[in-house]
Design a protein around this ligand. Structure first.
Ligand code: IPE
Ligand code: IPE
Ligand code: MG
Ligand code: MG
Length: 320
Protein backbone atom coordinates (compact mmCIF):
# COMPACT_ATOMS: atom_id res chain seq x y z
CA UNK A 1 0.00 0.00 0.00
CA UNK A 2 1.13 3.54 -0.69
CA UNK A 3 2.56 5.09 2.50
CA UNK A 4 0.39 8.18 2.14
CA UNK A 5 -2.73 6.01 2.49
CA UNK A 6 -1.70 4.86 5.99
CA UNK A 7 -4.16 7.34 7.59
CA UNK A 8 -7.10 5.46 6.11
CA UNK A 9 -5.66 1.93 6.17
CA UNK A 10 -8.10 0.53 8.81
CA UNK A 11 -10.99 1.84 6.70
CA UNK A 12 -9.45 0.33 3.56
CA UNK A 13 -9.27 -3.01 5.38
CA UNK A 14 -12.99 -2.59 6.18
CA UNK A 15 -13.71 -1.96 2.48
CA UNK A 16 -11.84 -5.14 1.57
CA UNK A 17 -13.73 -7.14 4.20
CA UNK A 18 -17.04 -5.74 2.90
CA UNK A 19 -16.16 -6.83 -0.63
CA UNK A 20 -15.45 -10.37 0.63
CA UNK A 21 -18.73 -10.42 2.55
CA UNK A 22 -20.93 -9.32 -0.32
CA UNK A 23 -19.27 -11.65 -2.83
CA UNK A 24 -19.50 -14.71 -0.55
CA UNK A 25 -21.36 -17.62 -2.12
CA UNK A 26 -22.88 -20.75 -0.55
CA UNK A 27 -21.87 -22.58 -3.70
CA UNK A 28 -18.35 -23.92 -3.01
CA UNK A 29 -17.26 -23.80 -6.67
CA UNK A 30 -18.21 -20.12 -6.90
CA UNK A 31 -16.61 -19.42 -3.53
CA UNK A 32 -13.35 -20.99 -4.72
CA UNK A 33 -13.32 -18.58 -7.66
CA UNK A 34 -13.91 -15.61 -5.34
CA UNK A 35 -11.20 -16.85 -2.95
CA UNK A 36 -8.76 -16.81 -5.85
CA UNK A 37 -9.66 -13.22 -6.71
CA UNK A 38 -9.82 -11.27 -3.46
CA UNK A 39 -6.26 -11.61 -2.07
CA UNK A 40 -4.92 -10.04 -5.26
CA UNK A 41 -6.40 -6.62 -4.85
CA UNK A 42 -4.73 -3.71 -6.59
CA UNK A 43 -3.85 -0.28 -5.26
CA UNK A 44 -7.44 0.34 -4.04
CA UNK A 45 -7.08 3.93 -5.27
CA UNK A 46 -10.77 4.64 -5.78
CA UNK A 47 -11.94 3.64 -2.27
CA UNK A 48 -8.80 5.30 -0.84
CA UNK A 49 -9.71 8.54 -2.56
CA UNK A 50 -13.27 8.28 -1.28
CA UNK A 51 -12.09 7.63 2.29
CA UNK A 52 -9.54 10.47 2.27
CA UNK A 53 -12.21 12.83 0.96
CA UNK A 54 -14.66 11.61 3.62
CA UNK A 55 -12.05 12.23 6.35
CA UNK A 56 -11.30 15.67 4.91
CA UNK A 57 -15.03 16.51 4.99
CA UNK A 58 -15.88 15.39 8.52
CA UNK A 59 -15.17 11.68 8.97
CA UNK A 60 -15.77 8.19 7.61
CA UNK A 61 -19.17 6.59 8.22
CA UNK A 62 -20.46 3.12 7.34
CA UNK A 63 -22.09 4.19 4.02
CA UNK A 64 -18.63 5.33 2.86
CA UNK A 65 -17.25 1.82 3.46
CA UNK A 66 -20.09 0.22 1.50
CA UNK A 67 -19.92 2.73 -1.33
CA UNK A 68 -16.11 2.41 -1.51
CA UNK A 69 -16.50 -1.38 -1.76
CA UNK A 70 -19.07 -0.93 -4.55
CA UNK A 71 -16.68 1.33 -6.50
CA UNK A 72 -13.83 -1.15 -6.17
CA UNK A 73 -16.11 -4.01 -7.28
CA UNK A 74 -17.12 -2.06 -10.39
CA UNK A 75 -13.45 -1.25 -11.08
CA UNK A 76 -12.40 -4.90 -10.66
CA UNK A 77 -15.23 -6.07 -12.94
CA UNK A 78 -14.09 -3.65 -15.67
CA UNK A 79 -10.54 -5.03 -15.38
CA UNK A 80 -11.66 -8.67 -15.66
CA UNK A 81 -13.60 -7.83 -18.83
CA UNK A 82 -10.85 -5.49 -20.11
CA UNK A 83 -8.21 -8.23 -19.78
CA UNK A 84 -10.37 -10.61 -21.77
CA UNK A 85 -10.93 -7.97 -24.48
CA UNK A 86 -7.18 -7.17 -24.55
CA UNK A 87 -6.17 -10.83 -24.22
CA UNK A 88 -3.80 -9.75 -21.45
CA UNK A 89 -2.25 -12.56 -19.43
CA UNK A 90 -1.08 -10.66 -16.34
CA UNK A 91 -2.94 -8.43 -13.88
CA UNK A 92 -1.80 -7.36 -10.42
CA UNK A 93 1.21 -9.63 -10.94
CA UNK A 94 -0.98 -12.69 -11.37
CA UNK A 95 -2.40 -14.72 -14.27
CA UNK A 96 -5.66 -13.08 -15.43
CA UNK A 97 -9.10 -14.56 -14.73
CA UNK A 98 -9.86 -15.53 -18.34
CA UNK A 99 -6.53 -17.37 -18.65
CA UNK A 100 -7.14 -19.23 -15.39
CA UNK A 101 -10.84 -19.98 -15.71
CA UNK A 102 -11.66 -19.55 -19.41
CA UNK A 103 -13.44 -16.71 -21.21
CA UNK A 104 -16.97 -17.72 -20.29
CA UNK A 105 -16.32 -17.86 -16.55
CA UNK A 106 -14.41 -14.56 -16.73
CA UNK A 107 -17.36 -12.80 -18.38
CA UNK A 108 -19.71 -14.24 -15.77
CA UNK A 109 -17.35 -13.37 -12.91
CA UNK A 110 -17.27 -9.76 -14.12
CA UNK A 111 -21.09 -9.76 -14.25
CA UNK A 112 -21.19 -11.25 -10.74
CA UNK A 113 -19.05 -8.36 -9.47
CA UNK A 114 -21.11 -5.68 -11.26
CA UNK A 115 -24.42 -6.98 -9.95
CA UNK A 116 -23.11 -7.32 -6.39
CA UNK A 117 -21.82 -3.75 -6.57
CA UNK A 118 -25.28 -2.48 -7.52
CA UNK A 119 -26.91 -4.58 -4.82
CA UNK A 120 -24.48 -3.29 -2.22
CA UNK A 121 -25.01 0.33 -3.25
CA UNK A 122 -28.81 -0.15 -3.28
CA UNK A 123 -28.57 -1.39 0.31
CA UNK A 124 -27.14 1.97 1.41
CA UNK A 125 -30.61 3.35 0.78
CA UNK A 126 -29.62 6.58 -0.99
CA UNK A 127 -31.32 6.64 -4.38
CA UNK A 128 -29.21 9.51 -5.71
CA UNK A 129 -25.95 7.72 -4.81
CA UNK A 130 -27.21 4.52 -6.44
CA UNK A 131 -28.26 6.39 -9.57
CA UNK A 132 -24.82 8.01 -9.83
CA UNK A 133 -23.17 4.59 -9.59
CA UNK A 134 -25.31 3.10 -12.36
CA UNK A 135 -24.85 6.18 -14.58
CA UNK A 136 -21.07 6.11 -14.04
CA UNK A 137 -20.96 2.41 -14.90
CA UNK A 138 -22.85 3.22 -18.12
CA UNK A 139 -20.25 5.90 -18.86
CA UNK A 140 -17.35 3.45 -18.33
CA UNK A 141 -18.92 0.87 -20.66
CA UNK A 142 -19.55 3.54 -23.29
CA UNK A 143 -15.91 4.68 -22.95
CA UNK A 144 -14.58 1.14 -23.46
CA UNK A 145 -16.87 0.76 -26.47
CA UNK A 146 -15.79 4.13 -27.89
CA UNK A 147 -12.15 3.08 -27.51
CA UNK A 148 -12.75 -0.13 -29.49
CA UNK A 149 -14.61 1.74 -32.24
CA UNK A 150 -11.84 4.33 -32.57
CA UNK A 151 -9.02 1.75 -32.66
CA UNK A 152 -6.71 1.79 -35.71
CA UNK A 153 -8.30 5.01 -36.98
CA UNK A 154 -5.68 7.71 -37.51
CA UNK A 155 -8.52 10.24 -37.64
CA UNK A 156 -8.97 9.66 -33.91
CA UNK A 157 -8.23 13.12 -32.54
CA UNK A 158 -6.82 14.17 -29.20
CA UNK A 159 -10.29 15.47 -28.28
CA UNK A 160 -11.65 11.99 -28.92
CA UNK A 161 -8.86 10.47 -26.80
CA UNK A 162 -9.75 12.90 -23.98
CA UNK A 163 -13.41 11.87 -24.19
CA UNK A 164 -12.46 8.17 -24.07
CA UNK A 165 -10.18 8.46 -21.04
CA UNK A 166 -12.67 10.66 -19.20
CA UNK A 167 -15.39 8.05 -19.72
CA UNK A 168 -13.44 4.84 -19.12
CA UNK A 169 -11.34 6.07 -16.18
CA UNK A 170 -11.85 9.62 -14.86
CA UNK A 171 -15.63 9.28 -14.38
CA UNK A 172 -15.09 6.70 -11.62
CA UNK A 173 -12.51 8.95 -9.91
CA UNK A 174 -15.07 11.80 -10.06
CA UNK A 175 -17.60 9.59 -8.31
CA UNK A 176 -15.05 8.46 -5.68
CA UNK A 177 -14.11 12.05 -4.86
CA UNK A 178 -17.72 13.25 -4.85
CA UNK A 179 -19.25 10.33 -2.94
CA UNK A 180 -18.82 11.82 0.56
CA UNK A 181 -20.50 15.03 -0.63
CA UNK A 182 -23.21 12.94 -2.25
CA UNK A 183 -23.79 10.86 0.90
CA UNK A 184 -23.71 13.92 3.15
CA UNK A 185 -24.86 17.50 3.00
CA UNK A 186 -22.02 19.23 1.22
CA UNK A 187 -22.51 22.56 -0.47
CA UNK A 188 -22.85 22.74 -4.24
CA UNK A 189 -19.43 24.40 -4.48
CA UNK A 190 -17.70 21.66 -2.44
CA UNK A 191 -19.38 19.04 -4.63
CA UNK A 192 -18.16 20.81 -7.77
CA UNK A 193 -14.59 21.17 -6.45
CA UNK A 194 -14.41 17.47 -5.64
CA UNK A 195 -15.70 16.63 -9.13
CA UNK A 196 -12.96 18.86 -10.58
CA UNK A 197 -10.36 17.10 -8.42
CA UNK A 198 -11.60 13.62 -9.43
CA UNK A 199 -11.66 14.51 -13.11
CA UNK A 200 -8.15 15.97 -13.06
CA UNK A 201 -6.57 13.11 -11.08
CA UNK A 202 -8.43 10.54 -13.19
CA UNK A 203 -7.22 12.02 -16.47
CA UNK A 204 -3.65 12.28 -15.14
CA UNK A 205 -3.87 8.68 -13.97
CA UNK A 206 -4.97 7.29 -17.34
CA UNK A 207 -2.39 9.36 -19.28
CA UNK A 208 0.34 7.98 -17.00
CA UNK A 209 -1.05 4.46 -17.46
CA UNK A 210 -0.87 5.01 -21.23
CA UNK A 211 2.75 6.19 -20.88
CA UNK A 212 3.55 3.14 -18.75
CA UNK A 213 2.17 0.96 -21.52
CA UNK A 214 5.20 2.18 -23.53
CA UNK A 215 7.88 2.58 -20.85
CA UNK A 216 6.70 0.45 -17.90
CA UNK A 217 8.42 -2.66 -16.61
CA UNK A 218 5.80 -5.47 -16.46
CA UNK A 219 7.44 -6.82 -13.29
CA UNK A 220 6.85 -3.46 -11.57
CA UNK A 221 3.41 -2.58 -12.93
CA UNK A 222 2.10 -6.14 -12.60
CA UNK A 223 0.64 -6.20 -16.14
CA UNK A 224 2.00 -6.46 -19.67
CA UNK A 225 3.29 -3.41 -21.54
CA UNK A 226 3.14 -2.67 -25.26
CA UNK A 227 -0.43 -3.93 -25.55
CA UNK A 228 -2.04 -0.63 -26.53
CA UNK A 229 -0.22 -0.30 -29.86
CA UNK A 230 -0.62 -4.02 -30.57
CA UNK A 231 -4.37 -3.54 -30.24
CA UNK A 232 -4.30 -0.43 -32.42
CA UNK A 233 -5.23 1.90 -29.56
CA UNK A 234 -4.31 5.51 -30.27
CA UNK A 235 -3.25 6.88 -26.90
CA UNK A 236 -1.54 10.17 -26.02
CA UNK A 237 2.10 8.96 -26.41
CA UNK A 238 1.28 7.82 -29.98
CA UNK A 239 -0.70 11.00 -30.73
CA UNK A 240 2.31 13.11 -29.66
CA UNK A 241 4.71 10.84 -31.62
CA UNK A 242 2.65 11.24 -34.80
CA UNK A 243 2.58 15.04 -34.33
CA UNK A 244 6.36 15.07 -33.91
CA UNK A 245 7.03 12.70 -36.83
CA UNK A 246 4.46 13.58 -39.49
CA UNK A 247 6.60 11.96 -42.18
CA UNK A 248 6.77 8.53 -40.52
CA UNK A 249 4.63 6.31 -42.79
CA UNK A 250 5.08 3.27 -40.54
CA UNK A 251 2.36 4.23 -38.08
CA UNK A 252 -0.52 4.20 -40.56
CA UNK A 253 0.73 1.08 -42.32
CA UNK A 254 1.12 -0.83 -39.06
CA UNK A 255 -2.24 0.25 -37.65
CA UNK A 256 -3.93 -0.84 -40.88
CA UNK A 257 -2.35 -4.32 -40.70
CA UNK A 258 -4.45 -5.41 -37.71
CA UNK A 259 -1.61 -7.75 -36.82
CA UNK A 260 -0.55 -7.13 -33.25
CA UNK A 261 2.36 -9.56 -33.65
CA UNK A 262 3.87 -7.87 -36.68
CA UNK A 263 7.63 -7.54 -35.95
CA UNK A 264 7.58 -3.85 -36.89
CA UNK A 265 5.16 -3.12 -34.03
CA UNK A 266 7.98 -3.80 -31.56
CA UNK A 267 10.19 -1.40 -33.54
CA UNK A 268 7.55 1.33 -33.42
CA UNK A 269 7.04 0.80 -29.67
CA UNK A 270 10.79 1.32 -29.22
CA UNK A 271 10.69 4.48 -31.35
CA UNK A 272 7.84 5.96 -29.31
CA UNK A 273 9.53 4.89 -26.06
CA UNK A 274 12.74 6.75 -26.95
CA UNK A 275 11.05 9.81 -28.43
CA UNK A 276 10.13 13.04 -26.69
CA UNK A 277 6.47 12.02 -27.08
CA UNK A 278 6.76 10.36 -23.65
CA UNK A 279 7.78 13.58 -21.88
CA UNK A 280 5.17 15.51 -23.85
CA UNK A 281 2.45 13.13 -22.63
CA UNK A 282 3.78 13.35 -19.06
CA UNK A 283 3.69 17.16 -19.30
CA UNK A 284 0.00 16.88 -20.06
CA UNK A 285 -0.46 14.66 -16.98
CA UNK A 286 1.47 17.19 -14.87
CA UNK A 287 -0.93 19.90 -16.06
CA UNK A 288 -3.86 17.84 -14.73
CA UNK A 289 -2.02 17.28 -11.45
CA UNK A 290 -1.77 21.06 -11.00
CA UNK A 291 -5.48 21.40 -11.72
CA UNK A 292 -6.28 18.66 -9.19
CA UNK A 293 -4.25 20.45 -6.54
CA UNK A 294 -5.99 23.76 -7.26
CA UNK A 295 -9.39 22.07 -6.85
CA UNK A 296 -8.37 20.98 -3.33
CA UNK A 297 -7.89 24.56 -2.20
CA UNK A 298 -11.56 24.73 -1.22
CA UNK A 299 -11.10 22.10 1.53
CA UNK A 300 -9.75 22.95 5.00
CA UNK A 301 -6.08 21.97 5.30
CA UNK A 302 -5.59 18.64 7.13
CA UNK A 303 -3.43 15.53 6.85
CA UNK A 304 -6.17 14.13 4.60
CA UNK A 305 -6.21 17.00 2.12
CA UNK A 306 -2.41 16.81 2.14
CA UNK A 307 -2.64 13.10 1.29
CA UNK A 308 -5.11 13.86 -1.53
CA UNK A 309 -2.63 16.38 -2.86
CA UNK A 310 0.39 14.05 -2.49
CA UNK A 311 -1.56 11.29 -4.25
CA UNK A 312 -1.74 13.37 -7.42
CA UNK A 313 2.05 13.76 -7.48
CA UNK A 314 2.65 10.06 -6.75
CA UNK A 315 0.54 9.17 -9.77
CA UNK A 316 2.82 11.00 -12.20
CA UNK A 317 6.01 9.92 -10.42
CA UNK A 318 5.13 6.28 -11.21
CA UNK A 319 6.24 6.94 -14.77
CA UNK A 320 9.41 8.91 -14.03
C1 IPE B 1 -5.99 0.07 -13.95
O1 IPE B 1 -6.31 0.75 -12.78
C2 IPE B 1 -6.92 0.51 -15.02
C3 IPE B 1 -6.80 1.92 -15.37
C4 IPE B 1 -7.77 2.75 -15.21
C5 IPE B 1 -5.58 2.40 -15.96
P1 IPE B 1 -5.42 0.60 -11.48
O2 IPE B 1 -3.98 0.84 -11.82
O3 IPE B 1 -5.99 1.43 -10.39
O4 IPE B 1 -5.59 -0.95 -11.15
P2 IPE B 1 -5.37 -1.74 -9.79
O5 IPE B 1 -6.72 -1.82 -9.15
O6 IPE B 1 -4.38 -1.01 -8.94
O7 IPE B 1 -4.89 -3.08 -10.21
C1 IPE C 1 -8.52 1.15 -18.28
O1 IPE C 1 -7.71 1.27 -19.33
C2 IPE C 1 -9.56 0.11 -18.50
C3 IPE C 1 -10.83 0.32 -17.88
C4 IPE C 1 -11.29 1.41 -17.38
C5 IPE C 1 -11.70 -0.83 -17.88
P1 IPE C 1 -6.55 0.28 -19.76
O2 IPE C 1 -7.05 -0.69 -20.76
O3 IPE C 1 -5.41 1.14 -20.15
O4 IPE C 1 -6.20 -0.49 -18.44
P2 IPE C 1 -4.99 -1.52 -18.30
O5 IPE C 1 -3.78 -0.85 -18.89
O6 IPE C 1 -5.37 -2.76 -19.02
O7 IPE C 1 -4.86 -1.69 -16.81
MG1 MG D 1 -6.42 -2.86 -20.84
MG1 MG E 1 -3.41 0.66 -19.91
Amino acid sequence: MLALLAGVSPHLAAVEARMGRVLASRQPRVQTLIDGLLPFHGKMLRPALLLLTAEACGGVRDPHIGYGAALELIHTATLIHDDLIDDADLRRGKTTAHVRHGNTSAVLLGDYLYTHAFDLAAGIGDLRALQRLTATTNTICAGELHQQLAARDLDCTEAEYDAIIYAKTAALFVLAAQAPALLGNASESARQSMADYGRAIGLAFQIVDDVLDYVGDPAKIGKPSGGDLRQGLITLPLIRYIEMHPGDPEVGVLLAKKDGNHPLIATLIEKVRHSSAIQAALDEARGWVEQAQRALECLPLSIYTQALSDLTVTIVERAM
